[in-house]
Design a binder for this molecule. Structure first.
Ligand code: XMP
Length: 328
């Protein structure tokens, strides 16, 4: 049974040395907990699950079975980075599931934001469970999770066992949660000490339903692609201009309406891309980041020139409240 209470004496992990000590301690603890048994992990590529994966690989190597589900709503290059970092870089046992067609098929014609969220969430569990069932023949006894301390506080620490949704009752996994007593900033320091790339360690928050809640209304493949490309340009320009890590969350949104424009001397009828960049500490309220106008002009030019289907760029100036951070 894991200890889910952070001791008052526990030092805040702020330096590479403290991170190294934590890593060594956790590697020993993981080995003591799981021995030569096998562990399953849903690896999204977010900082928490990535740090857990890297810790477990260090402790038990190929006895960690990572499953990365690509729901087709990832940002540009994210799934590729998971494969590059974990399979190619750390020699991880990684199952990559491209479930794009399943998710986009189920989402076809669905316009209600909450229904979209439910479909994405439920299907994610279903796909992961199917992969877990396939791996059961390997004799997996543990499930690793990227639970962090704020998650424990929010759920009152009641999280002893977990049963992946579609698996038979008797197949209960014991949990392995090596970063459960850490705050987000500490997870990042540990991630850095484990050698994970900066853009993974300092990644901005990304909602579970991914680009699905930014491709407004009924998702279509071409509009989703326009969203992914415009978002990639925004992120690239923010990184080049020193805004990555400074702005809490920044992304584009593509609504499901078109406006008239002129492109290459011809009339165009295409979607706008909306820029949203906000700062917050707890996501309950948020202020709008003041992006320099020259940069906004440059981003506008790049998006309208480079992204098929986009002929306008708009800027969202709404704080939270009254606008939420996401548009759906
Ligand atoms: P809102 O839009 O409510 O977002 O101001 C606050 C923060 O939560 C994220 N968010 C989500 N995260 N699943 C998630 O995992 C969701 O369905 C979801 N909706 C919003 C959002 O990106 C922001 O950081």
């Amino acid at each position: 049974m894991q200890n889910n209470v952070r001791p008052e004496t526990m030092e805040r992990i702020t330096t590479p040395e403290l991170a190294q000590a934590f890593i060594e301690e956790q590697v020993a603890e993981i080995r003591a907990q799981v021995g030569d048994k096998k562990v399953l992990l849903a690896l999204s590529g977010g900082v928490d699950s990535s740090v857990v994966a890297a810790l477990l690989i260090k402790a038990i190597g190929k006895n960690l079975y990572c499953v990365h589900v690509n729901h087709g709503l990832m940002r540009k290059g994210e799934s590729e980075q998971v494969i590059e970092v974990f399979r190619n870089g750390l020699d991880a046992n990684l199952t990559y599931v491209d479930a794009t067609d399943r998710f986009l098929g189920l989402l076809e014609g669905v316009t209600d934001p909450e229904t979209k969220r439910k479909i994405i969430g439920n299907e994610f569990i279903k796909v992961f469970d199917e992969e877990a069932l396939k791996l059961m023949s390997e004799g997996i006894s543990f499930l690793a999770q990227g639970t962090i301390y704020p998650d424990i506080i929010e759920s009152d620490g009641v999280k002893a066992h977990h049963n992946v949704g579609g698996l038979p009752e008797e197949m209960k996994f014991e949990l392995v949660e090596p970063v459960r007593l850490l705050y987000k900033d500490e997870v990042r320091v540990v991630g850095k000490a484990l050698g994970l790339p900066d853009n993974m360690v300092y990644r901005q928050p990304f909602p579970g339903p991914g680009l699905g809640v930014r491709c407004l209304g009924a998702i279509t493949r071409d509009r989703l692609e326009a969203l992914r490309e415009s978002d990639a340009i925004l992120r690239e320009e923010f990184a080049k201009n020193g805004l990555e890590g400074k702005v809490w969350q920044y992304f584009t949104i593509v609504p499901d309406f078109k406006t008239t424009g002129v492109k290459n001397g011809k009339r165009s009828f295409e979607w706008p891309a909306i820029i949203r960049a906000v700062n917050t500490t707890d996501a309950m309220t948020a202020t709008v980041e003041e992006i320099p106008y020259a940069l906004l002009h440059h981003i506008t030019q790049r998006i309208t020139n480079e992204v098929p289907g986009i002929n306008r760029v708009l800027l969202d100036l709404t704080p939270k409240p009254c606008g939420t951070i996401e548009w759906e």
